[in-house]
Design a protein around this ligand. Sequence first.
Ligand SMILES: [Zn+2]
Length: 196
Amino acid sequence: MAQLYYRYGTMNSGKTIEILKVAYNYEEQGKGVVIMTSALDTRDGVGYVSSRIGMKRPAIAIEKTTDIFGYIRNLPEKPYCVLVDEAQFLKRHHVYDLARVVDELDIPVMAFGLKNDFRNELFEGSKYLLLLADKIEEIKTICQYCKKKATMVLRTQDGVPVYDGEQIQIGGNETYISVCRKHYFAPEINKENEEK
Ligand SMILES: [Zn+2]
């Protein structure tokens, strides 16, 4: 039985590396996979998954109007797995499509993404994946300032924490840092600056 997986983590928790690894493992066995990503992520050009350590692969870019279910159903060859990067940027209808891919086409879907934005609200895609996924798994990473698990994304602009504004801002000059709850509310940015 195919299942819908949602693997979430904060920034830089290695989500994309995980996708590339899963794809590699399938393909090594001669099993084709479909890799998709949000068209909103333009950091490395539209339609690519790329990791910080330099690995990059083309992917199907999901636009607002993309019919994911129709696209997968009409492929000439049924894939063994569908992998989705930047799943936080998906719309509600995309996530419902992913569930149909699992239930009606019997193809496993693994979606990877951030759970919460820098305001500590759920992204739309994350919300519906949390509601619909069969298996929810956390990709763990450590707080920038201590040894606790990072569960939040802190946004800073010119070294100052920012807690409100537009949810999605890609390619600006802001920085995102993975932090624990304590350091989300009280980051040690100033201390760090003084030490430099
Ligand atoms: Zn911390």
